[in-house]
Design a protein around this ligand. Structure first.
Ligand code: NAI
Length: 308
């Protein structure tokens, strides 16, 4: 198994670090355009092997795609992150060029790779990568719902003074502050509806906090977050590499599912060795369906900016 992570910034390096600690691949390549950064961070990570006890050696590459040759899974994190006050959507101009170029280079050396897109605005970048590359839709997966769901579960746990491990919940729709849909109705605490434990007002606050979860961190830190994004990306990589068939909300190409066509948006999918293997159909209420439709409109208008 060979895994490449493009972009050795905050999210890319954290993802690569998580991958090598779990020994998910024999080879892990970390690639960046900044001279020396991926090599330096790879060496720094490898120096934790003797301390933490793992055997995978990461390899850094300054824009040399030959080193990525034959990758089974590629994670794209290259691109600008948000600064305080910015939306993910404002990143589109610069990141579209970066994601397009990176996808082309990756496929030159790894035509069969499963690609995970992290760069923002993620749903549009996933759509762009799919349209530009023409690869099978099952091999193109956008990471957003895994992170938003983790934030949702954390806010629920904090509100209930419970462990996040005991909470199940999902966020679907677009990966944007106003487009994501925390499915409060379906969230459970050890199998019981969370509405047994929290009032409607409290649940609404959890949903609202989840939706601006990224912006809250960007304001506090001064740039966008990386620990939870890196862990959420690991969840996707691990389920694919180990063929775990985890159900994770991911941005995938819809052809009629959830009433949408020709768009990448967050829906629950089964992740396994072939990529996303199946879309799980949830029975949504009328108001959830309306929220999904509104979210799709916003994602579609963002895609329109690409003139594809
Ligand atoms: P960062 O600025 O720390 O790292 C980005 C890296 O990409 C830099 O090291 C830069 O040199 C590199 N890069 C730029 N152009 C490149 C190219 N053409 N080829 C290779 N490398 C290139 O940013 P950070 O915080 O790691 O975020 C990365 C992206 O991920 C951003 O677009 C951010 O908005 C997005 N993000 C998405 C999340 C999601 O849930 N989908 C969560 C968190 C961040």
């Amino acid at each position: 198994m060979k895994i490449t992570v493009v972009g050795a910034g905050a999210v890319g390096a954290t993802t690569a670090d998580n991958i090598i600690r779990r020994e998910l691949a024999e080879e892990v390549v970390l690639l960046d355009i900044k001279e020396g950064v991926s090599e330096g961070k790879s060496l720094d990570m490898y120096q934790t092997a003797a301390l933490l006890g793992f055997n995978t050696k990461p390899v850094g590459s300054t824009n040399d795609y030959e080193k990525t040759k034959g990758s089974d899974v590629v994670v794209i994190t290259s691109g600008l992150p948000r600064k305080p006050g910015m939306t993910r959507e404002e990143l589109i101009g610069i990141n579209a060029g970066i994601v397009k170029g990176v996808t082309e280079n990756i496929l030159k050396y790894s035509p069969d790779a499963i690609i995970i897109v992290v760069s923002n605005p993620m749903d549009t970048m996933t759509y762009l990568a799919l349209k530009e590359s023409g690869i099978a839709k099952e091999k193109l997966i956008g990471m957003g719902g895994a992170l938003d769901s983790a934030r949702f579960k954390t806010y629920l746990a904090l509100a209930m003074n419970a462990s996040p491990l005991d909470i199940h919940g999902m966020v679907i729709g677009g990966h944007g502050d106003t487009t994501m849909i925390p499915l409060t109705r379906l969230a459970t605490y050890n199998g019981l509806p969370v509405s047994n434990f929290l009032s409607t007002d409290e649940l609404e606050k959890v949903a609202a906090d989840t939706m601006v979860g990224g912006a809250t961190l960007t304001k506090l830190i001064g740039t966008s977050a990386w620990y939870a994004p890196g862990a959420a990306t690991l969840l996707l990589v691990e389920s694919i590499v180990r063929d775990q068939k985890r159900i994770v909300p991911c941005s995938v190409y819809l052809e009629g599912e959830y009433g949408q066509n020709d768009i990448c948006m967050g829906v629950p999918v089964v992740l396994g060795r072939k990529g996303w293997e199946k879309i799980i159909k949830l029975e949504l209420t009328d108001s959830e369906k309306a929220a999904f439709e509104k979210s799709a409109e916003a994602v579609r208008s963002m895609n329109g900016a690409l003139n594809l």
